[in-house]
Design a protein around this ligand. Sequence first.
Ligand code: NAG
Ligand code: NAG
Ligand code: NAG
Ligand code: NAG
Ligand code: NAG
Ligand code: NAG
Ligand code: NAG
Ligand code: NAG
Ligand code: NAG
Ligand code: NAG
Ligand code: NAG
Length: 699
Amino acid sequence: MAHSWAVSTSLFFLVSLVQAHGGIDRESIVRQFNLRLNQSNPYSPVQVGNGNFAFGTDITGLQTFLPHNILSSWGWHNSSLPSTPNQTSITDFTGLDWWTHGRLVNYAQPNPAEKDIGQWMIANPHRINLGRIGLWFGGRNVTEEALSQKIQVLDLYEGVISSSFSLNGTTIQVQTVCSSETDTIAVHIKSGLSMTGNLGVFFDFPSGSGKNKFDAPFVGVWNATSNHTTTLKKKRGGASITHVLDATTYIVDVAWEAGAHIHRPDQGTHRYILQPGKGAKSFSFTATFAPQPPRNVGTFEAVKNKATGWWDDYWSSGAFISLPLVKPPAKELQRRIILSQYLLAVNGAGKDPAQESGLVNNGWYGKNHAEMYFWHLAHWTIWDKWSLYDRSIGVYDRFLPSSFERAKKQGYQGARIGKMSDPSGRSAPGEINSLLIWQQPHPMYFAEMEYRRFPTKKTLEKWDHILTGVADFMASYAWFNDTTKVYDLGPPLYPVSENTNPNATVNPTFELAYWRFGLDIASQWKSRQKKPVPTQWRFVKENMAPFPVENGVYVLYEGVRDMWTTPELSEDHPGLLGIYGWLPPDSRLNLATFKATVEKVNQSWNFTASYGWDFPLLAMTAARLGDGEKAVEWLLDPNNQFDAVGMPVGGARVATPYFPASAGLLLAVGMMAGGWDGLEGPIFPKGWDVEVEGFSKAM
Ligand SMILES: *[C@@H]1O[C@H](CO)[C@@H](O)[C@H](O)[C@H]1NC(C)=O
Ligand SMILES: *[C@@H]1O[C@H](CO)[C@@H](O)[C@H](O)[C@H]1NC(C)=O
Ligand SMILES: *[C@@H]1O[C@H](CO)[C@@H](O)[C@H](O)[C@H]1NC(C)=O
Ligand SMILES: *[C@@H]1O[C@H](CO)[C@@H](O)[C@H](O)[C@H]1NC(C)=O
Ligand SMILES: *[C@@H]1O[C@H](CO)[C@@H](O)[C@H](O)[C@H]1NC(C)=O
Ligand SMILES: *[C@@H]1O[C@H](CO)[C@@H](O)[C@H](O)[C@H]1NC(C)=O
Ligand SMILES: *[C@@H]1O[C@H](CO)[C@@H](O)[C@H](O)[C@H]1NC(C)=O
Ligand SMILES: *[C@@H]1O[C@H](CO)[C@@H](O)[C@H](O)[C@H]1NC(C)=O
Ligand SMILES: *[C@@H]1O[C@H](CO)[C@@H](O)[C@H](O)[C@H]1NC(C)=O
Ligand SMILES: *[C@@H]1O[C@H](CO)[C@@H](O)[C@H](O)[C@H]1NC(C)=O
Ligand SMILES: *[C@@H]1O[C@H](CO)[C@@H](O)[C@H](O)[C@H]1NC(C)=O
């Protein structure tokens, strides 16, 4: 009896699994794209991480030869404030007043008279590299070239890096894994010979810098050793190292299983050596980074078991797509999809939305950009990965007080969302930072996607005050033009493409459509709650300026001169195409005009200069027009590269990786797989046998 019971339950289990997953063998597809490498790469570390914390490795599975970074959502540092008279506090920063529809509006822009404090506010706080952990070869100067038989495998399905190499005939194996619960690296080292005296681990710590906007590939300053302190405290089976950089303090709690010894050979440095005890041929340790003394995280095995369980769950829940791997373009697209999924769970699922370079290196001092929240987060909603989305979507609520303050200071109603943000929500001074507007309707997009999946009172209440604040700002920002009797956006403003004269930029096509979309969702939100819709929201939406058309095509903004023949205006983001594809169709959209615009962009744009989310945007446009071939062609455009470890190549070496490209790829693929209102997916090239499961429809 017991036997047949076991059989029937396992049959039941199998059947329910198949139903849940529609039968795609996810594990085998994921594992086909495991990384297999044989050398280090300074720009593309192999990483383990948990979304809030990531550890970049060289060929040894640690940071032995290259000081790859350890970045987190919580590790930030302020340099000392300037001592320039009248510029010693951020309250001394006053920005600039610009004429805005007949009145002076204050913008957080660099003011030459307060250059030092302005620059300090741009560069501070900056995200810090928490340290470096590498192999120590008993004081021998070993270089990567001295190693042979180097093999490094990242098992994507388990989130484990296994590195193996030989040094003078002795094989050394290292396993590296990151905890899914704490900011812990767990490491297991195995050697063909006793490690005693000739193999161990070193820890080192840089100071923060704030000197480089793009601190890449390696973050921090390693030779300013007297600007910061580290203190070692030994305990049973471990030690903690406290690192103090000015007002920033954090702890690295190191725990090992067998006997070992840790010490700092040179008090003038921050380098510590951990040596396994007598005769050891294998050695495991964990290193937990935290702002407060962390609790015990358990052994290497315990951390590894939980982490591999987390990754299994990550791959087996939510949506999945299987492309026909016998076709080379499909295989390359599948590779990008799988590696992007891995890298975004490591780099783009933290407490705050990711910086463009995730947790790989620092761009823009480690800060994130509110207009990019859309690209970083929207894909989770389509792929049904809500728990990862939920980690950071609270940013709109957290930053709401500063958004209200910003609008009020400028004489607008409601809440104006900032731009280049640190964890406090302060937006860094900048001309573009203060004049960009397309970040404002993002919360409407997110709220609506959430409501479509969770149509509950709780969802309505969660977003109501946010949408109200933002819609109030949007309605009060739009300016009623007495001559034309329509609402204008700008001047001054910067459109998505950031490449125009802000004082001449009025009524950019994409922003007009997005404003109408946002005000419409905010109004529906009120109706759903049986609350009155502020009349101004609907009035502004209905009376927004028309989309600017010249010679039968939509243009960047109203009155733009020589758009198609001026190089700066026909490169950068082709944002205007976002009105059909990225956004659902506006009732004012003229499809013939739009198709002519697509053709014009196709002929005139300088795609050599395109990068990041431009290609996903183009793919979404092509897909919405029903052209699956073209959509895939855009995603695989020669200018849109993903390197051997899946890192999306940015517009410049220092701005690589550029994760909006990965997140945008998943959004575009998710829309092509799941379709949108009025159209079922999948939309892929004819003859492609595509299997999809679990995608949510886009709007
Ligand atoms: C290292 O890997 C590259 C890329 O797969 C390959 O071309 C090369 O032959 C490998 N080198 C060695 C020494 O195995
Ligand atoms: C940096 O300074 C700002 C302004 O004084 C403060 O709000 C913030 O908390 C500080 N951050 C860190 C990490 O010290
Ligand atoms: C600082 O401000 C005071 C008054 O606000 C002014 O008199 C003084 O000239 C300023 N100093 C500098 C160096 O700008
Ligand atoms: C825009 O106008 C402001 C004055 O309102 C001026 O200070 C600024 O230099 C102008 N910017 C450009 C790029 O013309
Ligand atoms: C270690 O060896 C490399 C290559 O032989 C050499 O370039 C480097 O200067 C050496 N470093 C030290 C600290 O001796
Ligand atoms: C490898 O072995 C050779 C010969 O015994 C020795 O000269 C060399 O120093 C060793 N290299 C390392 C890195 O230990
Ligand atoms: C630290 O290194 C940087 C870059 O290599 C160099 O410019 C600087 O002079 C060094 N500082 C010290 C104190 O050695
Ligand atoms: C180290 O501190 C000194 C003195 O405060 C300062 O001049 C220098 O810029 C600091 N170096 C770094 C890398 O922050
Ligand atoms: C009203 O709109 C017209 C046409 O777009 C424009 O030329 C004019 O400058 C606008 N009026 C003001 C005061 O901005
Ligand atoms: C874009 O241009 C290419 C070649 O220049 C052409 O093959 C394609 O049909 C054009 N149209 C679209 C909508 O991509
Ligand atoms: C296109 O963009 C590339 C990369 O920015 C640039 O080198 C090239 O000059 C541009 N071509 C034209 C025609 O503007």
